[in-house]
Design a protein around this ligand. Sequence first.
Ligand SMILES: Cc1cc2nc3c(=O)[nH]c(=O)nc-3n(C[C@H](O)[C@H](O)[C@H](O)COP(=O)(O)OP(=O)(O)OC[C@H]3O[C@@H](n4cnc5c(N)ncnc54)[C@H](O)[C@@H]3O)c2cc1C
Ligand code: SF4
Ligand code: SF4
Ligand code: SF4
Length: 440
Amino acid sequence: MKNVGELNLDYLCLGCGSCEVACPVAAVEIKLKNNVYLPEVDNIKCIECDKCLNVCPGTSISLEGYADTLFAADNSGNKDEVLGRYLSNYLAYAADQKLRYEAASGGLATSILIYLLEEGIIEGAVVTKMSEEDKRKSKTFIAQSAEEIKAAKNSKYCSTHPLSALKELRNFESDAKFAFVGLPCHIQGLRKLQQQEKWLRKKIIFSIGLLCTHSVDYSGTEVILDKLASGSKNIKKLEYRGSGWPGKASIEYEDHSSSIPLYDYWSPYFASYFFTPYRCLSCSDLVGELADISLGDAWLKEIEAEDDLGTSIIISRTKFAEKIIREMKVNGIIAAEKISKDKIKESQKKIIMRKKHTIAYRLSLFKIFSKEVPDYGKAYDLSDQSIFQKFKGYLGAFLLWFNSYLSKKEIGIKIIKFIPRSILKKYSSLVNKAAGRKYE
Ligand SMILES: Cc1cc2nc3c(=O)[nH]c(=O)nc-3n(C[C@H](O)[C@H](O)[C@H](O)COP(=O)(O)OP(=O)(O)OC[C@H]3O[C@@H](n4cnc5c(N)ncnc54)[C@H](O)[C@@H]3O)c2cc1C
Ligand code: SF4
Ligand code: SF4
Ligand code: SF4
């Protein structure tokens, strides 16, 4: 294979941007195609050096192998199928109540980055905000002040390619240090890049991974804005989360504003994998197993009953991460209490089955239909499954794929928009049951 342009990008590409950074002759550019970011390669410029292929996490990644190398020195040997390697787990939130209210879950990503910056540990952070030019699109940039870091707070439920922004780090002094925030697949790309590009090993000294069920393409945003707000034109500001927890999407138009509670748009339109890139269907990394620290929503009954500001779960993997958490706690910047790994798993129980177990059916289904799947360096075996389990597993796999496929067609989008939300919610619940995810 010549370069990443020859991959089956629909099924393998995560749109991370790693290949764009690795290319020595600037032959790769990440572009928006069919509502997601994908690489476009200029074959005339390409010198067939293989560098883009080597750093691509879409085709292959051994999570265990990388984790062993990255964290072995700091780690006493805690290993878990879902969490990867870890040192400690916490429930935590930012002490700044305004930030906690405005951020995705506990405002921790933003607080940690600001702390690292203000302590002089980093010169900036690679974060993703909504673009000033087109308020419906994401934009990754190097934030160098607390205000800039805050401008990027909150989840972006749309396509992002944060690694592309690492190219800009070449413009900084060679000893300048930075932190990076991204989804599990972005962290995988970062690790592969750091293995190949030594200068990035020195520059990115801290990585924050966000737990991830799946991403959503830009047509998903268009549909929720059309169906539940006042459309996708004349938008001054768009946020997918915030305004408390679990929060709501807030949309400021030229002449009015609108908001949509998280469950009102996520459950009917996103939970059943409408508008989901195919590659998310074959993703097995729920927590960002290769990040120094992972953050997610604390979807726990006791938190859901009492908390309307936001609490996050933290999985920490290095002594440096432990030190930062301890210092921030002592200085009253965050509240944090240690919890067990089982508590972390309880908070993600709806997703674990799908990411770690029923993935075997989706990988198998894709292989049956000659679609390419990533190589995780391990075998997925279905031979111990009963006929009933196999029937349910393949049905769930097919339905997730079908929903993703349907929403990539114009007629499919029309159908999804036509069906009442209450029916879509029930459908979502059924699909998730079949796909091995209990959905309430
Ligand atoms: C697509 C997606 C799926 C998720 N799925 C789950 C899940 O299944 N379970 C769960 O517990 N948590 C999930 N999360 C994580 C959760 O929603 C919060 O992002 C996390 O708890 C951190 O919250 P916070 O308040 O500390 O972050 P904040 O302080 O609000 O900061 C968020 C940071 O994340 C970065 N960011 C946000 N979205 C993206 C993106 N799409 N790409 C790259 N960087 C981004 C921003 O740059 C910002 O720095 C998901 C997040 C996303 C974006
Ligand atoms: S093979 Fe080398 S030159 Fe060609 S696109 Fe990939 S990185 Fe660039
Ligand atoms: S997964 Fe990342 S590195 Fe691989 S082709 Fe896609 S954008 Fe490039
Ligand atoms: S599901 Fe996996 S591939 Fe998809 S956005 Fe999340 S981490 Fe990336």
